[in-house]
Design a protein around this ligand. Structure first.
Ligand code: MTE
Ligand code: MO
Length: 257
């Protein structure tokens, strides 16, 4: 069984004051829509928000989501920082809403990627056909709101190239994802078309290991960790707000907060 979502503790109202400078820095950069409420902060840490150091770590992760990323976030022609291969973490750090022992590996031969919504060619894709698409490799920083990060090396077809190939309506608002572990997720079209947004099939040039989303996961340079669904089974293009797993539990939708 997967561990259920942790029940939240009653937040201590003083905690925002303790981190006023960090909160202001994050808000100035526009990462937060509508300001950081105590409720959002509670969800942000996913842990006991009376634990000042945990809150501090989470806020610092947001704040360290650096200026290069911010530039790319708001101007689709700008790129987020990329890093040398020597900095790549092997293996990558795992996270999900359950423990790594509870990951259910996908049978890659039986797996199909299904398409839905505003897409003209909705034929499902096999792993073999996806492997024939042109690839790009990016070495980018993954930032989780829990307050940790790592540099990872991802390759796969740019989501833009894939959407063009299947005749998606690129003027639609959202690209939504369904996954094998019931972790719905969605992004804005500008991010979907960003050159550093990939449908990744490999990490450090090896086939994605099961815990990291085999056979197909999303990797973006301009969104926080939780916006990057693993074990994708369905891609849908839509104008109806699709939300997502953490978004329906209080996290922001746009940049991650
Ligand atoms: N399908 C699925 N994708 C997911 C999650 C999840 O629970 N299920 N967790 C997200 C979170 S919070 C993070 S930080 C990253 C972790 O990715 P990694 O294990 O490759 O580092 O995956 C994201 N994508
Ligand atoms: Mo995360």
């Amino acid at each position: 069984m997967r561990s259920p979502f942790r029940p939240l503790k009653v937040p201590d109202p003083g905690i925002l004051d303790d981190h006023r400078a960090l909160v202001r820095r994050i808000e100035r950069r526009g990462l937060l829509r509508g300001g950081l409420s105590l409720g959002a902060l509670t969800m942000l840490t996913g842990c006991d928000v009376t634990d000042t150091s945990a809150v501090g770590r989470a806020l610092r992760a947001m704040s360290d989501f650096n200026d290069g990323v911010q530039a790319a976030l708001f101007d689709p022609r700008k790129l987020a920082p990329e890093y040398p291969g020597s900095q790549v973490l092997k293996p990558p750090r795992f996270n999900a809403y359950y423990d790594v022992e509870d990951v259910k590996p996908i049978d890659g031969d039986a797996w199909r990627l299904e398409l839905a919504g505003l897409i003209s060619d909705k034929r499902p894709w096999t792993r073999r056909r996806i492997a024939e698409l042109p690839e790009r490799e990016i070495i980018i920083r993954h930032v989780c709101v829990e307050g940790w990060d790592y540099i990872g090396q991802w390759s796969g077809v740019p989501l833009r190239a894939f959407l063009e190939r299947v005749g998606a309506d690129l003027t639609a608002k959202y690209v939504a994802f369904k996954t094998a572990d019931d972790y719905p997720s969605s992004i804005d079209m500008a991010t979907a078309l960003h050159p550093q947004t990939l449908l990744a099939t490999r990490y450090a040039r090896e086939e994605l290991p099961d815990p990291y989303g085999y056979p197909l996961r999303l990797r973006m340079a301009v969104k926080l960790g939780y916006k990057n669904p693993k074990w994708i089974t369905v891609i849908e293009v839509t104008n109806t707000y699709p939300g997502g797993y953490w978004e329906s539990r209080g996290f922001g939708w746009f940049a991650g907060l």
